[in-house]
Design a protein around this ligand. Structure first.
Ligand code: NDP
Length: 434
């Protein structure tokens, strides 16, 4: 707090982590004696750089780029790249910190990192996006590599942007290193199933939560915030398992239909037309559109899946969800619930799945992409999906086991943080003070 008083999101993430780890520190002095926590919350390296580019009108624009290489105890840094105007060092550090424990939980050998820029892709031409990606990579390429740091996509960065960045990396290196980025196109080392992995993985995790309570997705009413990569594939899998998705949003507003939304229409609007979710009611006049996206949490549901961005569920929204009888809240996005909101869910017996466990399917699948690249092989969709299901089940089991061991049964926030932390902390101690 004294070092970084203005890093709001980073301090929020460290507080959630510290509070969850208290039971470990009470039982195990080794971590205190080795000062692991203080070492852990200091990134190994922070890179901040200028990203100059020329827009379609010939004007020179400048953005700020980042890569936070937070922890490499168990493997090369791994974490997405976000292009969004809200990107700053605090956001990058909170995302990279939580990525360490998420990656550890997947059981794969990957450390934690995150990157991005305060660039707003909205309204930019394809040409402008390409020039921006090339300029971004012209600095970033010095710091990444298949065995050092492997970035991927995140908000505002999908296959197209990864393609432009990969092309520039290849050109600058003069060599084809397939494993330097994940989320690539299928023709040059991308993995089948990666696009769907975070959304599907979210639902596989919630399925485990439900099964533990002798419930399942059949006839469950769901709301999902966002209508991007994570939200759409979470909706797809939930619908396949028998649920009804009644609302979803974008940063302008949300659509609601008590009889269930048409995923086909949502995909058309978002993927083919790149349009706003408000378009939905044009082809579905039976649905309603509301201008304020934050009010989506007033819609009654059994399962709420925040899949858009950080701090989208505050105290007021959490109280609304509880009042309307929500049974499960699972974080598809990173840190979408404030500390106060999480407390409200836990205090009211709502099953709560934290991001580092729930949305770990994306990075787990990225790690499978790295494995395929090293072996110069391509797995089938079914192989990847089967592996993803196994990984999500394991993550759930490890979280519940840790929560039970440290006498907080059912508290998956504590379980996920402890399970992710102990592996990284033990490794840091084994590797000495470095
Ligand atoms: P996308 O860019 O594909 O989609 C983000 C969606 O959220 C868009 O529909 C966007 O709307 C919407 N959104 C943004 N801000 C708000 C807001 N304040 N209220 C409502 N909707 C909003 O991103 P992803 O789906 O990839 O990522 C979503 C979240 O999941 C992020 O937190 C990300 O870090 C996390 N995540 C993603 C992974 C992945 O594999 N993609 C892996 C693990 C975590 P609009 O179009 O208006 O901006």
């Amino acid at each position: 707090k004294e070092r970084d008083p203005h890093e709001k999101e980073f301090l929020q993430a460290t507080k959630i982590l510290f509070d969850s780890l208290i039971p470990v520190f009470v039982k195990n002095r080794t971590y205190i004696e080795n000062n692991v926590l203080e070492r852990l919350i200091e990134p190994e390296r922070v890179i901040s750089f200028r990203v100059p580019w020329v827009d379609d009108h010939g004007n020179v624009q400048v953005n700020r780029g980042y890569r936070v290489q937070f922890n490499s105890a168990i493997g090369p840094y791994k974490g997405g790249i976000r292009f969004h105007p809200s990107v700053n060092l605090s956001v990058m550090k909170f995302l990279a910190l939580t990525q360490i424990f998420k990656n550890s939980l997947t059981g794969q050998a990957i450390g934690g990192g995150k990157g991005g820029a305060d660039f707003d892709p909205k309204g930019k031409s394809d040409n402008e996006i390409m020039h921006f990606c090339q300029s971004f990579m012209t600095e970033l390429y010095k710091h990444i590599g298949p065995d050092t740091d492997v970035p991927a996509g995140d908000i505002g960065v999908s296959r197209r942007e990864v393609g432009y960045m990969f092309g520039q990396y290849k050109r600058l290196q003069g060599a084809f290193h397939a494993g330097v980025l994940t989320g690539k196109g299928l023709n040059y080392g991308g993995s089948l199933g990666r696009t769907e992995a975070t959304g599907y993985g979210t639902i596989y995790f919630v399925d485990e939560m439900l099964k533990d309570q002798r419930m399942n997705f059949r006839n469950m009413t769901i709301i999902t915030s966002g209508s991007g990569n994570v939200a759409i594939y979470a909706m797809e899998k939930a619908i396949k398992l028998g649920a009804k998705v009644v609302a979803c949003s974008d940063s302008n507003g949300y659509v609601y239909d008590k009889n269930g939304l048409s995923l086909q229409t949502i995909k058309r609007i978002k993927f083919s037309e790149g349009a706003r979710i408000s378009e939905y009611i044009k082809s579905h006049p039976e649905a309603e559109y509301f201008d304020d996206c934050s009010k989506i949490w007033s819609v009654p549901c059994d399962i709420a899946l925040p899949c858009a961005t950080q701090n989208e569920i505050d105290e007021e929204s959490a109280n609304m969800l509880v009042k309307n009888g929500v049974k499960v809240v699972a974080e598809g996005a990173n840190m979408p619930c404030t500390i106060e909101a999480i407390d409200i869910f836990l205090d009211n017996g709502v099953l709560f799945g934290p991001a580092q466990a729930v949305n770990a399917g994306g990075v787990a699948c990225s790690s499978l992409e790295m494995a395929q690249n090293s072996a110069r092989l391509s797995w089938t969709f079914e192989q990847v999906d089967e592996e993803l299901q196994k990984i999500m089940k394991n993550i759930y089991r490890n979280c519940t086991r840790a929560a039970n061991k440290y006498e907080h049964p059912g508290n998956l926030v504590i379980g996920a943080n402890i399970a992710g932390f102990t592996k990284v902390a033990d490794t840091m101690i084994e590797q000495g003070v470095i």
